[in-house]
Write a protein that binds this ligand. Sequence first.
Ligand SMILES: [Zn+2]
Length: 189
Amino acid sequence: MARIRNLRISVRRVTLRWTLVSCVAPFGTELGTTPAHADYLEGGMSTPVFSIQTYGVNDTWANWFNGARHRWNDTPTPASIRRTIKDVPRDITAGRYDDSWSGNYMYAGTRERRTFLIRVNARRLAEEIEPGGRGFALAAIGTSVHELGHALSLADNPETSRSSIMKYSRPLTRTHPYDYDIDEVNRIY
Ligand SMILES: [Zn+2]
């Protein structure tokens, strides 16, 4: 379990046992970890219809998170990810984390009562793409789409020759789930 910092989780959740899915980015550099190969992540939601809340980000990031939700919601799958201002145990945020991962999906609880926290590492993305431009926006959205893919039970680096938003080798600025991802969500749900 990696260190957990800058983590705002409610008191009722601090006692949960968390599992970390650290997502290295498609940066072309070897980061020293061997990713597990599996197509299905038990740590996802039991349903593709759920709400998330954002916190600790400005309007720009909030819009990018909205864009990521819509990338999934616009697919021909049952995925329907809404944003709520209520306190739900499913958070997405961004920050400048001093870690090598570009994104991070932490989950706890049972599949039926899933809690998760998504963090996008703005510092890591900025090492690859100049902030302020369209490329950075796409990378932020694409990373968020990848992390939301975990909430939809997709695992990192699926064993397939087809393209996938879950592969580390995907283009960093890719924001739309691929046909493989759509097929997998439809298979699981
Ligand atoms: Zn991942």
